[in-house]
Design a protein around this ligand. Structure first.
Ligand code: NAD
Length: 274
């Protein structure tokens, strides 16, 4: 038995000190919420996102204050395999290991299938699905060498059910749920777990912008847009928070979650119970 397995205090607290975590797409929204949760658990972080350097630096210094651990920023573009290889190399050079990999970067485009721009389809598949294949294949040998690893793929309720006009997003999110299962099976004896988190609507800057857009489009007050348009399929009628997503990922990354692997965990207010 690994010595880590015999430390009940560490297990209870979800202490991640000494661990190195990569969180893709963590300069904003859910990824930033996850990065904050892992930093406060003591992990050393590699953050990533397509953003201006001064904004990335502001996030980096905020996370350093939270965790009092080094935080590195990778500008890697998740649509590009070579760029992803650079992020993994930088992590190994700077931190010497990879313990936790959170594949979170994602984009959306909404259009009917027969009018869906081919370029958008390719980009959504590349960022929301193929990037996780690359990060996973590159991180696994290092996790296997340590006989410990946690891979958490941020999928969506749309990894479990469909919605009209979101063909590329739903296909990519179903795909990442499949990749999660296969990764879990191939690593089950190696001390590594791989799970998918399937949020419903989470309150992020992206969602805030949609409220105003939809309020204008439907000529409805914000409260009705939230309840009747955005949260129409979400029975609890409230947005989840990025802090809730961070807490779930922190748990899945902990030793307490060692037996949880290959699942697609809905955090969707009952959406997929219907
Ligand atoms: P967001 O737009 O706030 O953040 C997306 C992050 O990904 C940003 O840091 C952005 O810079 C980064 N990113 C985008 N393209 C990139 C690229 N090519 N390379 C590197 N980084 C890139 O979005 P969010 O709402 O926080 O979503 C994060 C994840 O959660 C996505 O995978 C999304 O599908 C999923 N999700 C979101 C919701 C929701 O309601 N917000 C619900 C379910 C699932």
């Amino acid at each position: 038995m690994n010595i880590v397995d015999m430390q009940p205090g560490r297990m209870a607290a979800g202490d991640l000190s000494g661990k190195v975590a990569i969180v893709t797409g963590s300069t904003s929204g859910i990824g930033l919420g996850i990065a904050r949760a892992l930093a406060s658990a003591g992990a050393t972080l590699v953050i990533n996102g397509l953003t201006k350097l001064d904004e990335a630096e502001a996030v980096r210094s905020e996370l350093t204050m939270i965790g009092a651990r080094p935080v590195f920023y990778s500008p890697a573009d998740m649509s590009d395999a070579v760029s992803i290889e650079g992020m993994i190399e930088m992590t190994l050079e700077s931190c010497g290991r990879i313990d936790i990999l959170v594949n979170n970067a994602g984009i959306q485009h909404v259009a009917p299938i027969d009018a869906f721009p081919v370029e958008k389809w390719n980009r959504i598949l590349a960022i929301n699905l193929t990037s996780a294949f690359h990060t996973t294949r590159l991180a696994l040998p290092h996790m296997r060498a340590m006989r410990w690893g946690r891979i958490i793929n941020v999928a969506s309720a749309h990894g479990l059910v469909g919605s009209a006009f979101k063909s590329a997003y739903v296909a990519a999110k179903h795909g990442i749920v499949g990749l999660t299962k296969v990764t879990a099976l191939e690593t089950a004896e190696d001390g590594i777990t791989c799970n998918a988190l399937c949020p419903g609507y989470v309150y992020t800057p992206l969602v805030e912008a949609q409220i105003d857009d939809q309020a204008t489009a439907y000529d409805l007050p914000r409260e009705r847009v939230v309840r009747e348009v955005l949260l129409a399929k979400q029975p609890n009628k409230r947005f989840a928070t990025v802090e809730e997503m961070g807490a779930i990922v922190r748990f899945l990354a902990s030793d307490a979650a060692a037996s949880i692997t290959g699942i697609a965990l809905p955090a969707d207010g009952g959406w997929t119970a219907q």
